[in-house]
Design a protein around this ligand. Sequence first.
Ligand SMILES: Nc1ncnc2c1ncn2[C@@H]1O[C@H](COP(=O)(O)OP(=O)(O)OP(=O)(O)O)[C@@H](O)[C@H]1O
Length: 202
Amino acid sequence: MREAHRLVLKQVAIGDLQPVDLGIRPGEIVCLSGQSGVGKSRLLRAIVDLEPHRGEVTLGDTASEKLPAHQWRQRVMLVPAESAWWEETVGAHFPEDSAIPEALGLPADCMHWPVTRLSSGEKQRLALVRALARDPRALLLDEPTANLDEETTEQVEHWLQKEIQDRQIPVLWIAHAQGQIQRVAQRHFHIDDGGQLREHPL
Ligand SMILES: Nc1ncnc2c1ncn2[C@@H]1O[C@H](COP(=O)(O)OP(=O)(O)OP(=O)(O)O)[C@@H](O)[C@H]1O
């Protein structure tokens, strides 16, 4: 198996957030919560160098500034709350002739569907499946089940947990629902109104 690495944030600061120190182990899911607008999404964007920030992010021995941005984002992959689609059809997001990923939960002919046909929940699943198909070494998930019903949410959680375990990738997962945090997280951090990250017991 490929060597797995810790994702480490050292004094990462952006906007009104107090500098964040956090290490996430291979295969570990750390959930992040906090009021709307407190800076959760910006922190994820800073980790993948989409926004200027202070501090340092490393994956194993590799610091983000040592790699060209596109290579860093290939290794440390952000799945934003709303994804951009650079291909017209569902199938065009995957290598040619690849099987329909089961986790999509869509019928056999979905590979020919235009992405615009998908519901918001289906698009969200496609974004997750597409990200995993690109073999990330760490994952940043911004409310990955926000558009899904309860039953589908739990299916997607199970699938993600298994993939994360099998691949031994560190994951930072923005979640609001306490139930989801209890189900998926090994640790939970909350950003308080003062922009301070604090660990909450599970
Ligand atoms: N490039 C930017 N420059 C300055 N402020 C920004 C920038 N991008 C976002 N903001 C502001 O930073 C704050 C935090 O935004 P962010 O999207 O990180 O919130 P969030 O905690 O993820 O909220 P939500 O739970 O609603 O998604 C918001 O007030 C937002 O308007």
